[in-house]
Design a protein around this ligand. Structure first.
Ligand code: C2E
Ligand code: CA
Ligand code: CA
Length: 513
């Protein structure tokens, strides 16, 4: 194909030259033949006489050659660019547009049709990874191709879609009423079910979709996609395809998160994060045997913000690492003060977010902080949340063993709040098991739960762990925990999380009960 083009170009080039030469009168050439021998014809061609006589024609020929060359180079470059763009703008597997192309087309469509109302849909296939693992990549690819086909068949004029990554698709759809979108989305869900019915190997394909109704003032396509992505995550997890809308609550949350993001570093520097301590009581003696460090955000305009309002967001954006290290340092500073003042300190536990485990230097950083204040590691307990077990079990065990070698105590926080695996307990080198508040609340309500908590306490003790019960609020719960031989308890009954100075007074002058 390329050769043919070159031949055509050459042919065209010769034709043009001939056409130009044709403008040199035939008699002139004859004159040259007669006056000069054939052997020196070429040199004559280039002597001054010839050049001056036909200078205009020669210039024309040269100019034409140059123009032809330039045109050819431009054409070749353009062709190369188009080829590159095709690769960049078309998804090789499904033939759908890529994210780059989607962004360009979306901008065009939204600018062109300002009178229309548009929504952006963010769709993905639930547990697509498992389908790949279970049935192989070819089946996974076939599903993606089919979903592309289904979406394509359900797209109207001035609407676009793309496969923006793995199993994530975006669509820009027109609508008049909200139900126009959901009706069409339901058709996509149904067609996907039909496709699945025809397959030899039956598996349930579940789509989750986030819908964002684009506003006229929305400019940035990437943030529009991000907005549809938020409800898309909320739609996940069901047994059938479903959708969720971006609403005012999400919008307010987004604004709140933006504000937090803007101020978190300066707040940390200005010490606006305050560490409170909540006592842990030994059930046998009623004495304070430890405490948990729980952070609050003292905002200048909003007062004391509880951690549930910022920790989940900081876990998402990674800032929780800075915050956890700050809390540990604050605790070390406090412990150093107590040790220097001759007060026998109690163990203080700090919450360790799961994302620390993915930092290479996590153990070293923690060790450096306690070393900086010369705090024996035995005074620090690290609370790792139960769900951490499901991240990467082998890495977790390795990290725990190394932390224990340094001398840190390790506890499993919120045990029983999620998918606790009793079986895993025996493999985890934990010192302390913290029963979630749910445990004690249910125990109080039913006899079956009481049996379970009794057995869990027994088992933990056999495995050499201490058991702490969280969220103890009533005297009955306290008595029950004593009955089942739980070691320690923490809860409002004994004291809410309090400023460090208050806690200091408690351990200095009294023991509870
Ligand atoms: P958590 O680690 O499970 O902490 C226990 C939570 O239960 C605390 O809430 C505490 O105030 C509350 N609590 C204690 N006793 C009772 C009780 O008797 N009844 C009831 N209803 N609640 C009780 P808080 O302080 O709001 O902390 C919430 C969560 O925030 C913590 O749950 C922890 O997951 C997280 N968090 C707090 N501080 C930090 C921190 O420094 N780093 C990290 N990564 N997470 C933190
Ligand atoms: Ca905790
Ligand atoms: Ca807890």
């Amino acid at each position: 194909m390329r050769n043919l083009q070159k031949k055509l170009m050459f042919f065209l080039f010769i034709c043009i030259i001939l056409q130009i030469i044709h403008t040199i009168p035939v008699y002139s050439l004859n004159e040259f033949y007669q006056n000069n021998s054939l052997s020196n014809f070429e040199s004559i061609m280039f002597n001054n006489q010839f050049i001056s006589k036909y200078s205009l024609q020669i210039i024309c020929i040269m100019a034409m050659i140059c123009i032809m060359l330039i045109l050819y180079i431009i054409y070749d470059k353009l062709r190369f660019r188009i080829k590159l763009q095709k690769v960049a703008y078309t998804d090789g597997l499904t033939g759908a547009s890529t994210m780059d192309k989607f962004v360009i087309d979306a901008n065009k469509i939204l600018c062109k049709n300002t009178q229309e109302k548009y929504a952006l849909l963010y769709i993905d296939i639930d547990k697509f990874k498992y389908i790949n693992d279970l049935f192989g990549y070819e089946v996974g690819n076939e599903i993606l191709r089919n979903l592309t086909k289904i979406i394509k068949n359900n797209i109207f004029e001035d609407e676009i879609f793309a496969r923006i990554s793995a199993d994530n698709f975006t669509i820009i759809m027109k609508y008049i009423e909200e139900k126009d979108i959901t009706n069409r989305l339901n058709i996509i869900f149904e067609e996907l079910d039909l496709f699945n019915n025809d397959q030899e190997e039956k598996y349930k394909l579940v789509l989750s979709c986030g819908i964002y109704f684009i506003l006229s003032e929305d400019r940035d396509i990437n943030s529009i996609i991000d907005r549809a992505n938020i409800p898309h995550k909320m739609a996940k997890g069901g047994h059938k395809s479903s959708y969720a809308f971006y609403d005012n609550k999400i919008h307010d949350q987004e604004i709140k998160e933006k504000e937090m993001e803007n101020t978190m570093f300066s707040s940390l520097e200005n010490k606006e994060f305050i560490v409170h301590l909540q006592p842990k009581i030994e059930l046998d003696t009623g004495e304070i045997q430890g405490s948990e460090a729980l952070v609050r955000w003292k905002s200048s305009n909003k007062g004391l913000i509880p951690p549930n309002e910022f920790i989940p967001f900081f876990e998402k954006n990674g800032f929780v690492i800075n915050l956890d290290l700050y809390v540990l340092e604050e605790i070390c500073i406090q412990l150093r003060k107590w040790i220097d003042a001759g007060i026998n300190p109690v163990t203080i536990s700090v919450n360790v977010s799961r994302i620390h485990l993915y930092c290479n230097n996590f153990i070293e950083t923690y060790k450096n902080i306690i070393d900086k204040y010369e705090i024996p590691a035995k005074y620090i307990e690290l609370e790792l949340t139960e769900s951490i077990i499901f991240d990467n079990f082998d890495i977790l065990i390795d990290i725990m063993n190394n932390l224990k070698k340094i001398g840190f105590l390790i506890s499993m926080d919120d045990f029983g709040s999620g998918y606790s695996s009793l079986n895993m307990l025996k493999e985890i080198p934990m010192d302390i098991l913290k029963l979630d508040q749910k445990f004690i609340m249910e125990t109080y309500n039913s006899n079956r739960s009481k049996i379970i908590v009794t057995k869990v306490v027994e088992m933990a003790k056999e495995l050499g762990m201490k058991v702490v019960s969280e969220g103890v609020e009533t005297e009955e719960q306290f008595q029950l925990l004593k009955e089942v031989k739980c070691d320690m308890a923490q809860g409002y009954l004994f004291g809410k999380p309090m400023p460090i100075e208050e806690f200091e007074k408690l351990i200095m002058y009294s023991s509870i009960k």
